[in-house]
Design a protein around this ligand. Structure first.
Ligand code: BTN
Length: 326
């Protein structure tokens, strides 16, 4: 009901009477009034004027269940949404929900994370206000060995969703960092619950620097935000919605073949290091080569100096450009 009231108020742009809302929603005027109270508690500024009705004063960048539900237009991703003001980590919360049987497509979002997790055991700083910290629960009937490809699928969805909703060109640093103007704007952490041959669920955690206005000195050369790249302040729910729509599309394509065959060209089109010299950072030594794309399993193809091609498996080593991060 809250999402429907907000939709009505936004569509009208002016006053909508309590009577009109109660008729449209098929509920009593008291129920409308109570829902307006709950919306105000969520942060919406709704004016109430006698004999005129209700009017939405400010459509700010709220990251609430109501706002997300209204923005999400996909078929199944985000049908179940949990929004936290503060939580430890949306990945942890998504895993707890998945353990309790949360359906595929459950979306967990937080305004702030106190224990945001990054890859390789690192932490992910997740302040309130400018970031988009969220996780999805997926329940693919696939072998655990092929789940790493889902990270590449998610990277494509995030890059395309950012482009759809902001117009900013987004690229992928293999396997799954999203890069704008050569700097990292998104990190993705995929976690798995599985037995030998069976995947119980996958949690895909996505951290996007959306409206962040500045970064600490030590990461200023490698990290950026959508705001810093464009000078535009974005509505975060619209970005989540665009990503969810793309994720539905790419996930379906991936599940049809359980390979990246149908997505490879598009992935390569976004690959920031394509045809460029890269360094493979192996525990024993560094190796240089030219990036020639990915194979159908998501391995990075790197041509060595002797002409042979190395298939780099994601998660085993890291790869960077010869001049730094990309
Ligand atoms: C990386 O190290 O690049 C991956 C960072 C992933 C961060 C996101 S923020 C939402 C979700 N919850 C977490 O605790 N981590 C992921």
């Amino acid at each position: 009901m809250k999402a429907e009231i907000i939709r009505q108020l936004k569509e009208t742009g002016g006053y909508v009477s309590g009577q009109q809302l109660s008729e449209k929603l098929g509920v009593s005027r008291t129920a409308v009034w109570k829902a307006i109270g709950r919306l105000r508690n969520e942060g919406y500024q709704i004016e109430a004027v006698r004999n005129r009705g209700y009017r939405l004063l400010e459509a700010s960048d709220l990251l609430t269940e109501t706002e997300c539900r209204e923005a999400l237009t996909g078929r199944w991703l985000g049908n179940s949404v949990y929004c936290f003001g503060v939580t430890d980590s949306t990945n942890l919360q998504a895993k707890l929900l998945a353990e309790k049987g949360a359906p595929e497509g459950t979306l967990v979002i937080a305004e702030k994370q106190t224990a945001g997790r990054g890859r390789r055991g690192r932490s992910w700083i997740s302040p309130p206000g400018g970031g988009l910290w969220f996780s999805l629960v997926l329940r693919p009937h696939i072998r655990p060995s092929v789940t790493p490809m889902l990270t590449l699928v998610a990277a494509m969805a995030v890059a395309a969703g950012i482009e759809d909703s902001t117009g900013i060109s987004a690229y992928i640093k293999w396997p799954n960092d999203i890069v704008v103007s050569g700097k990292k704007v998104v990190g993705i952490l995929t976690e798995l619950s599985a037995e030998a041959q069976e995947t119980h669920y996958v949690v895909v955690g996505i951290g996007i620097n959306v409206n962040i206005a500045g970064f600490p000195e030590e990461i200023r050369t490698t990290a950026t935000s959508l705001y810093l790249e464009s000078g535009v302040f974005y509505k975060r729910c619209a970005i989540v919605a665009a990503i969810m729509k793309r994720m539905e599309q790419y996930y379906t394509t991936y599940m049809e073949t359980l390979s990246l065959e149908g997505l490879r060209d598009e992935y390569i089109g976004r690959l920031v290091s394509m045809n460029r010299e890269v360094i493979i950072l192996k525990p024993e030594r560094e190796q240089r080569g030219i990036c020639e794309g990915i194979d159908r399993n998501g391995c990075l193809l790197v041509r060595r100096e002797d002409g042979s091609v190395e298939r780099v498996i994601s998660g085993e080593v890291s790869v960077r450009g010869i001049y730094g991060y990309v």
